[in-house]
Design a protein around this ligand. Structure first.
Ligand SMILES: Cc1cc2nc3c(=O)[nH]c(=O)nc-3n(C[C@H](O)[C@H](O)[C@H](O)COP(=O)(O)O)c2cc1C
Length: 355
């Protein structure tokens, strides 16, 4: 895997390893893919304001997932159907997470499932649920998650309907796990803040709400005592024509204050992207497609290599900004700037077409 020297090469390897159906599933978004592009646009319209002559010979790029130290301030975002991207599915991702030292958030629609994935590797584990059953069904997942060493629980709340992913539809790619999902669709559409309240009243696992995209909902999340407001638009895979997550992050951070942690995902492909989110005040950054690309490029070793390169990019970025830790980083290191590359899923990799 040391042959991969750049993230661009990892993307190219993933593309050549995956059949067209799974590739489109991994990289695609909803309808016009405007939200996908806006995620990148919001990241690319932030420039850095570097400080110099600050002795950056020792840099600490580690982060925290709640109270646990992690090698980077990131998490492997939940990905359903990982088994379509890599042999061993979620268990392979768990091994990579453990080897590198970052948390894995396991999707409830991923094989080989909760127990087997937990048994595959000892890593920091969070469990993400699509609510596709009644309260007893949810409680059973919470019990199983706790029994298997998952230390936090995530409800994804931006999935009232499954969106129209036109790359999949046009390509006639039928995802096996979608058939199972139909049964729970009514529960997903019926989800409300009542269930968040019920969860908080009944369970003591820290609760993450994933898919918050407005200050109004961030405030409601805080009012309900949620531990983490996870700012996300599902990587532009659900509601089309949304705002980029980095465009809404500052106002959400302001309203949440110290009442909860704020995490973010959507379009993060580079170390500099991660640094921008942390500079604004996010505590953790989720990697969706990049996780899938790393796995598709070379299994667990491919994802570890992806994270190593990302780490090197983060460390270089911090040093060039004149900081030695995230604590020294802040909005003063950022400025609004015009975007210079047309944003899309792979605009972070300008050499890609030439590889
Ligand atoms: C192939 C794929 C499958 C996904 N499956 C889930 C899922 O099961 N649950 C969930 O909450 N989010 C899911 N997501 C959304 C990711 O968790 C994350 O929010 C998003 O991918 C972040 O954007 P990025 O891909 O640009 O990094 C999925 C994303 C991808 C790319």
């Amino acid at each position: 895997m040391d042959d991969f020297l750049t993230l661009q090469e990892i993307v190219a390897a993933a593309k050549s390893n995956l059949p067209p159906g799974p590739w489109s599933y991994l990289v695609g978004g909803a309808e016009t893919e405007t939200t996908v592009r806006r995620n990148r646009h919001a990241l690319d319209s932030l420039a850095f304001r570097p400080r110099v002559l600050r002795d950056v010979s020792r840099i600490d790029s580690t982060g925290f997932f709640f109270k646990e130290k992690t090698r980077l301030p990131i998490l492997l975002a939940p990905i359903g159907g990982l088994e379509s991207l890599v042999e061993g599915g979620a268990a392979t991702a768990a091994r990579a997470a453990a080897q590198f030292g970052v948390p894995q958030m396991l999707s409830s629609v991923c094989k080989p499932g909760l127990e087997e994935t937990a048994a595959a590797a000892k890593t920091i584990r969070s469990f993400q649920l699509y609510v596709r059953g009644d309260d007893a069904w949810v409680d059973d997942f919470v019990r199983r998650a706790k029994d298997n060493g998952f230390t936090s629980f995530c409800l994804t709340v931006d999935v009232a309907s499954y969106s129209r992913r036109e790359r999949d539809i046009v390509g006639r790619y039928v995802k096996p796990w979608r058939a199972r999902a139909q049964e729970g669709a009514a529960f997903q559409a019926g989800l409300s803040w009542d269930q968040v309240k019920r969860f908080k009243d009944k369970h003591d696992l820290p609760l993450i709400l994933k898919g918050i995209a407005t200050v109004e909902d961030a405030q409601l999340a805080v009012d309900h005592g949620v531990e983490v407001v996870y700012v996300s638009n599902h990587g532009g895979r659900q509601l089309d024509h949304g705002l980029g997550t980095m465009a809404v992050l500052p106002e959400i951070l302001k309203i949440v204050g110290k009442n909860a942690q704020v995490w973010v995902d959507g379009g993060f492909m580079r170390g500099s992207d991660v640094v921008k989110a942390i500079a604004l005040g996010a505590k953790c950054v989720g990697l969706g497609r990049l996780t899938g690309l790393g796995l598709a490029a070379g299994g667990a070793a491919g994802l570890v290599r992806t994270l190593e390169i990302l780490e090197e990019e983060i460390r270089i970025c911090l040093g060039l900004l004149g900081v030695t830790s995230y604590a020294q980083l802040g909005p003063q290191h950022l400025a609004a700037a015009p975007v210079v590359n047309l944003p899309d899923t792979f605009s972070a990799f300008p050499l890609l077409t030439r590889l």
